[in-house]
Design a protein around this ligand. Structure first.
Ligand SMILES: *[C@@H]1O[C@H](CO)[C@@H](O)[C@H](O)[C@H]1NC(C)=O
Ligand SMILES: *[C@@H]1O[C@H](CO)[C@@H](O)[C@H](O)[C@H]1NC(C)=O
Ligand SMILES: *[C@@H]1O[C@H](CO)[C@@H](O)[C@H](O)[C@H]1NC(C)=O
Ligand SMILES: *[C@@H]1O[C@H](CO)[C@@H](O)[C@H](O)[C@H]1NC(C)=O
Ligand SMILES: *[C@@H]1O[C@H](CO)[C@@H](O)[C@H](O)[C@H]1NC(C)=O
Ligand SMILES: *[C@@H]1O[C@H](CO)[C@@H](O)[C@H](O)[C@H]1NC(C)=O
Ligand SMILES: *[C@@H]1O[C@H](CO)[C@@H](O)[C@H](O)[C@H]1NC(C)=O
Ligand SMILES: *[C@@H]1O[C@H](CO)[C@@H](O)[C@H](O)[C@H]1NC(C)=O
Ligand SMILES: *[C@@H]1O[C@H](CO)[C@@H](O)[C@H](O)[C@H]1NC(C)=O
Ligand SMILES: *[C@@H]1O[C@H](CO)[C@@H](O)[C@H](O)[C@H]1NC(C)=O
Ligand SMILES: *[C@@H]1O[C@H](CO)[C@@H](O)[C@H](O)[C@H]1NC(C)=O
Ligand SMILES: *[C@@H]1O[C@H](CO)[C@@H](O)[C@H](O)[C@H]1NC(C)=O
Length: 393
């Protein structure tokens, strides 16, 4: 008898909790609906816009609208590649609180990236590449779930925010083809979670050195910094990496010499691109220990001395360009005896000597072979007659 009111109270509590939960969820999906209409209002001035088909119709719930993915009636992903979106991404997008994926590449989005975008705490994938976004990258990051950020091929300027380096789960960072300035954040790669796999910052106006944390990252597979104004020496740790597969530092102002590091064990490095810098010294024989190399481009630096014969021992080397340097002496015969080489340029150095007469057989895969402007290659009659077999540019 006595416990009756208590039970009643409990029932009242439970039902009110249930109705509160229902209200919360329905108000949330109503907010998602309102927010999609807000996005449509701001991003679809073009008659071709894919958002033209986002119309209020009770028989087509918003979760079925093109490009919208829901989980339990809540919007979790927006996939609108090449969808003729234009205008400025509105700040109301931060009201899609469960959004984890934004894929808007290949549109005409312009103006700034709203700082509110970084408030989406579930956001793990952001791809706004190939738009016309301007201004700087907002530095008020609180979406710590971010794993992929691709803002490549826009018109962004200003610095790369230091806060990007604090994202513990960041795996892919692509900011190539913008007008970014300043230096690479010192924090990039410093996160202890070792999630960073690919960093592509090519074709910007970045200055300063490669930060130590980035060079020491033990998860990094791709580092592409070509065509910037970076300088300083190349950190030896990059040559000691057990993860790095592609290191592209060409068209910068790196100085010093190539670190003479013998890789720990089988280095996975497949491409080393150092062309067009102010590197000097000799080409270290230790490069021959990078047995996975397929592409080795060292052109237009100030390397002197001879070509190390160890390079010829790289089993699957396909492209070797050491043109426009100060190299001298005779080219070791094994360099002309690499079965997988398709591109070989020794042009504009001070090599002397004679080409092996059977070169057409010992370079069976060659497609491009450039020798011009060396000190004195003795003419070899066989070369002239074999011109059509391997084009001499
Ligand atoms: C909100 O979710 C409920 C089910 O949880 C669904 O019946 C309703 O249609 C949704 N609202 C909209 C606007 O889609
Ligand atoms: C809603 O969608 C249904 C099914 O596609 C269509 O028949 C109907 O004309 C639409 N109503 C409006 C108002 O667009
Ligand atoms: C959908 O949401 C539920 C909980 O809200 C979660 O457990 C589930 O993993 C989600 N499904 C997907 C495919 O994201
Ligand atoms: C988007 O457009 C680009 C350039 O025209 C094209 O390469 C790409 O395949 C298109 N993507 C899709 C999903 O249609
Ligand atoms: C988010 O939604 C709330 C409630 O619907 C609204 O008051 C607010 O203006 C929205 N925020 C933005 C940035 O649009
Ligand atoms: C971003 O989208 C473009 C176009 O689909 C794609 O090529 C690119 O790989 C995407 N970026 C990432 C990091 O996945
Ligand atoms: C980072 O990734 C891990 C493993 O996938 C996950 O458990 C964790 O929740 C993520 N952290 C954030 C902030 O999203
Ligand atoms: C950088 O620009 C060059 C020249 O325009 C281009 O060949 C290269 O693909 C670009 N690289 C990236 C990663 O955008
Ligand atoms: C290369 O790695 C080894 C072991 O990880 C370390 O002892 C050595 O100092 C490193 N060398 C360079 C140049 O970073
Ligand atoms: C490149 O670096 C050298 C010093 O190492 C400096 O004198 C020169 O001005 C730099 N060049 C450019 C184009 O920044
Ligand atoms: C490096 O290459 C040289 C010459 O090819 C070889 O003698 C040496 O054993 C190699 N070292 C390692 C650690 O692979
Ligand atoms: C070229 O290499 C092959 C196999 O590596 C070897 O048998 C041959 O003697 C070499 N020829 C010359 C001219 O060095």
């Amino acid at each position: 008898m006595c416990d009756r009111p208590r039970r009643l109270l409990a029932i009242v509590l439970v039902t009110s909790l249930l109705s509160f939960a229902a209200a919360a969820s329905s108000s949330s999906n109503a907010t998602d609906f309102e927010t999609l209409l807000c996005l449509k209002l701001h991003l679809s001035s073009s008659p071709n816009s894919r958002l033209g088909s986002w119309v209020q119709n009770n028989s087509i719930p918003f979760c079925s609208w093109p490009g919208v993915t829901c989980n339990a009636s809540r919007v979790v992903a927006l996939d609108l590649e090449n969808s003729s979106l234009d205008g400025r991404i509105p700040s109301c997008i931060s009201n899609l609180t469960l959004l984890s994926r934004i894929h808007f590449p290949g549109n005409l989005l312009s103006s700034h990236i709203p700082a509110q975008l970084w408030q989406l705490s579930r956001l793990s994938y952001l791809n706004l590449s190939s738009n016309s976004l301007t201004g700087s990258i907002p530095n008020t990051l609180s979406s710590t779930s971010l794993q992929v950020i691709d803002l490549g091929n826009n018109k962004l300027s200003g610095d790369i925010p230091e806060s990007l380096g604090t994202l513990r789960n960041l795996s892919v960072l692509r900011l190539a083809r913008n007008s970014l300035t300043g230096s690479i954040p010192l924090s990039l790669g410093s996160s202890s979670s070792n999630s960073l796999v690919s960093v592509i910052l090519a074709n910007n106006s970045l200055t300063g050195p490669i930060p130590s944390a980035l060079a020491h990252s033990s998860s990094l597979q791709v580092l592409n910094l070509v065509r910037n104004n970076l300088d300083g020496e190349i950190p030896p740790a990059l040559f000691n990496s057990t993860s790095l597969q592609r290191l592209a530092l060409g068209w910068n102002n790196f100085s010093g010499s190539i670190p003479a590091v013998v890789p720990n064990f089988n280095s996975p490095l497949q491409a080393l691109i150092l062309s067009v810098n102010t590197l000097a010294g000799t080409i270290p024989p230790t490069l021959g220990n990078f047995s996975s190399l397929r592409i080795l481009l060292l052109a237009a630096n100030s390397f002197k001395g001879s070509i190390p014969v160890s390079i010829a021992k790289i089993p699957n080397l396909q492209e070797l360009d050491i043109s426009y340097n100060l190299l001298s002496g005779t080219v070791p015969v094994p360099i002309f005896n690499m079965s997988s080489v398709t591109y070989l340029s020794l042009a504009v150095n001070s090599f002397i000597g004679e080409l092996p007469f059977d070169i057409g057989y010992t370079l069976p895969s060659i497609q491009t072979f450039i020798l011009q402007q060396n000190k004195g290659w003795r003419k070899n009659p066989c070369i002239a007659s074999q011109r059509n077999q391997f084009p001499v540019h």
